[in-house]
Design a protein around this ligand. Sequence first.
Ligand code: FAD
Length: 206
Amino acid sequence: MASTTPDSEKFMSTSGATDPVWVHQQPFSSLPTFSPLTQDLSTDICVIGSGIAGIHVAYELVKRGHQVVLLEARDVISGESGRTSRHLTNDLDDGYVEIAKKHGLEGARVTAESHAWARERIGEVARELGIECEYRKLKAYDVSQYMVGSEGYKKEIGELREEAELQKRLGIETRFDVSCGSRGGDEGELLTMPGKPHCPGMDRQA
Ligand SMILES: Cc1cc2nc3c(=O)[nH]c(=O)nc-3n(C[C@H](O)[C@H](O)[C@H](O)COP(=O)(O)OP(=O)(O)OC[C@H]3O[C@@H](n4cnc5c(N)ncnc54)[C@H](O)[C@@H]3O)c2cc1C
């Protein structure tokens, strides 16, 4: 059972009060450990934080011939990266409509491209290093959580339609489809269920 008591020793392994679900199969103690830094070092580049961002940046720099030191205050992947749901996707939570409002169309395009690149690159790195991390490509679905016909549903579907249009303009392979759905609810209403394989909304490559 997951612990709910944060303590300083546990905080060295994970930033959350509870354990991530896979800790039972892959305990914190099975992760690689590194000695504390005991002396001054000179290096070309110092990367701080051994989450996915720091590890991947350090890896790419080393591959390009740079001398890199990666510093971590706690254990490796003890931050958010150790708790993530592991979806690598260019289907971003904020949505490209919002991103374009803040950063313009070009900013949204760069965002889409960089996330698509990173998604592929992590697969390449896993293959290069022989890491069996169940990397596989699946479709991503964006769905409405509201009952069909409700005001919330109409609003969300309108937003998804707008998002799908923009994604196409950004070169993302997206399909908007309200014709498929999953049955559910007390009175057999058509519900849109997050995570179901057939849902009204958009689907694309995750
Ligand atoms: C429950 C959950 C589900 C998620 N699901 C997804 C998902 O499906 N897809 C997705 O893309 N994102 C998801 N995220 C978000 C994703 O996990 C984070 O965006 C990502 O892991 C952040 O990586 P990071 O390397 O930037 O930070 P972290 O993984 O937090 O790494 C930062 C590291 O820096 C260290 N550090 C901090 N300060 C210092 C310092 N001063 N000196 C030395 N070290 C320091 C920390 O100890 C930590 O190890 C999820 C997050 C959570 C919590």
